[in-house]
Design a protein around this ligand. Structure first.
Ligand code: GLU
Length: 198
């Protein structure tokens, strides 16, 4: 088990995401990462190892975005390394996905996506979600995620962002926990309540 946190509002997302992830550390993990809307693109920073490694890496970026998702990974498919760490991006780098759980039919989906011309960067089961959402994306991320989910077997909690829809995070869950925190002018999603208590 690992952790997901998402934030959209008007405060700096980086701090909130890292604090949230640190409150999910009890769930165990081998790597971590975040994706934040930054200057009309999605900026990804992810590292194998403890959150302290990610914190150090983030110093190189000074991210100011106010919407993003974070993840702590417990590897099930693919060794723990920087590339297999989440978030995962679509080939055009316009979709970012974090995933808790296991996609049981990922090999079959991956084969079909490769036939369509999609390139895979990681060895994870999770990366299929980013490309599958891309297949279905027209103008509405929620619609695309709903269509992609119909093809997935297994357990998941996911959070997805699209470059064209800044400020929006689409979440979904099946047999893995994911909670929503509604605030005044800001909203959260997370694997567990401690991540958003503050
Ligand atoms: N199955 C995914 C992976 O290996 C997610 C594991 C998790 O829940 O952290 O990357």
């Amino acid at each position: 088990m690992c952790g997901i946190i998402g934030y959209t509002g008007n405060r700096k997302a980086e701090v909130i995401l890292i604090n949230g992830l640190s409150r999910l550390e009890y769930r165990g993990y081998d790597s971590s990462g975040i994706a934040i809307f930054e200057n009309e693109k999605i900026q990804l920073v992810k590292k194998q190892g403890k959150l302290a490694v990610l914190r150090e890496e983030l110093k190189k970026y000074s991210l100011k975005g106010t919407c993003g998702v974070g993840h702590t990974r417990w590897a099930t498919h693919g060794v723990p390394n920087d590339i297999n760490a989440h978030p995962h991006l679509s080939n055009k780098k316009d979709i970012a996905v974090v995933h808790n759980g296991i996609i049981e039919n990922y090999q079959e989906i991956k084969r079909k996506l490769i036939q369509k011309g999609y390139k895979f960067a990681s060895a994870t089961d999770s990366e299929v979600i980013a490309h599958l959402v891309d297949v279905y994306y027209k103008k509405d991320l929620r619609e695309a995620v709903l269509k992609a989910l119909k093809e997935l077997e297994g357990s998941y909690a996911i959070a997805v962002m699209h470059k064209n829809e800044p400020g929006r995070i689409v979440g979904a869950r099946k047999d893995s926990p994911l909670i929503i925190g509604l605030g005044n002018g800001e909203n959260f999603i997370a694997s567990d309540i401690p991540a958003v208590l503050e």
